[in-house]
Design a binder for this molecule. Structure first.
Ligand code: CP
Ligand code: NVA
Length: 322
């Protein structure tokens, strides 16, 4: 496994397999000392319920120490550079989990830090979500290869990660969005480079035909609040997941949503609360899968037991120092 998890495409199939089998184990045996003596920084530039709590509880259950950092209360908010922050944090903690407004913040952090940086959501991707979601699909449907996932609505960060990881896992990923809100060419070409494809539709009913999973996300992601009116005009009512749309799959399909849901916008209550909805089990699985990511990083030697600089005092400098 690579040091950093910034994109779903950073994962090899063998990493996913190892993470899923670790997650199965961690569900059965939740408490361990896998991260004993190690601290993990959770740096959040955007609000979060699931990601923050599941990482915070997860690190504790592994015997580690989570350090939650609200971006606005750090010196980043007063202009300290991302690089200087990374070089400081690596002296205290063994990994940084970060939720950022701009993906390049993560790339800069990962380039500057000698410890792992894990993407806890950026404007481009949400790899922990996708990894956990396919774990849920595997649990609910008993397989992944050949599964058809139809994503309805905006081509969000969550969609991007689902499409990339779908290619790695052999899932058929489709999306139905209004013109102008579909996936970028760059994303589609990255998916193709991984051996997969994205089937793009405008008509949601066509996209869900034969789908095993119907997935949606909000129409207005964090940071897009000023586009609210235009987005609601573009998406509603056609792209709302309704019971009628669910019936168009023609089979017993499951409904998924990364949450938080805006009930009545991208999905109606009747679907959220239906038998086919797995959204809360999906949220629950974030805990097991993210713990598994951390354990895998530790097993692969990326989570230093001692943060950089801890231990015996450094010898007098011989050359230039960082
Ligand atoms: N799905 C997800 O990442 O939720 P939060 O924004 O609550 O973390
Ligand atoms: N696309 C949503 C996902 C939230 C978990 C957002 O970025 O706000």
């Amino acid at each position: 496994m690579r040091k950093d998890l910034l994109s779903a495409s950073d994962l090899e199939p063998s990493d996913v397999e190892a993470i899923y089998s670790l997650a199965d184990h961690l569900r059965a045996v939740p408490l361990s000392r896998a991260l004993e003596g190690r601290a993990v920084a959770l740096l959040f530039e955007r609000p979060s319920t699931r990601t923050r709590v599941s990482f915070e509880v997860g690190v504790s259950q592994l015997g580690g120490h989570p350090v939650y950092l609200d971006y606005t209360t750090t010196q980043l908010s007063r202009g300290e550079s991302v690089e200087d922050t990374a070089r400081t944090l690596e002296r205290y903690v063994s990994a940084i989990v970060a939720r950022v407004s701009r993906h390049d913040t993560l790339e800069r952090m990962a380039a500057a830090a000698r410890i792992p940086v894990i993407n806890a959501l950026s404007d481009l991707e949400h790899p922990c979500q996708a990894l956990s979601d396919y774990y849920t699909v595997r649990e609910k449907l008993g397989r992944l290869r050949g599964v058809v996932l139809a994503f309805i609505g905006d081509s969000t960060n969550v969609f991007n990660s689902l499409a990339l990881l779908g290619a790695i896992l052999g899932v058929e990923v489709r999306i139905a969005s209004p013109r102008g809100y579909g996936p970028s060419r760059a994303l589609i070409s990255r998916v193709r480079d991984l051996g997969g494809d994205v089937l793009v539709y405008e008509d949601p009913e066509e996209a869900v035909r034969g789908a095993d999973v119907v997935y949606t996300d909000v129409f207005i992601s964090m940071g897009q609040e000023s586009e609210r009116e235009a987005r609601l005009r573009a998406f509603l009512p056609r792209y709302r997941v309704t019971e009628e749309l669910m019936s168009r799959t023609g089979k017993r399909s499951i409904f998924m949503h990364c949450l938080p849901a805006h009930r009545g916008e991208e999905v109606e209550d009747a679907v959220m609360d239906s038998e086919s909805s797995v959204v809360f089990d999906q949220a629950g699985n974030r805990l097991h899968v993210q713990k598994a990511i951390l354990v895998r990083l530790a097993e692969e030697g990326h989570l230093r037991r001692r943060p950089i600089g801890l231990g015996r005092p450094a010898a007098p400098p011989r050359g230039p120092r960082r």
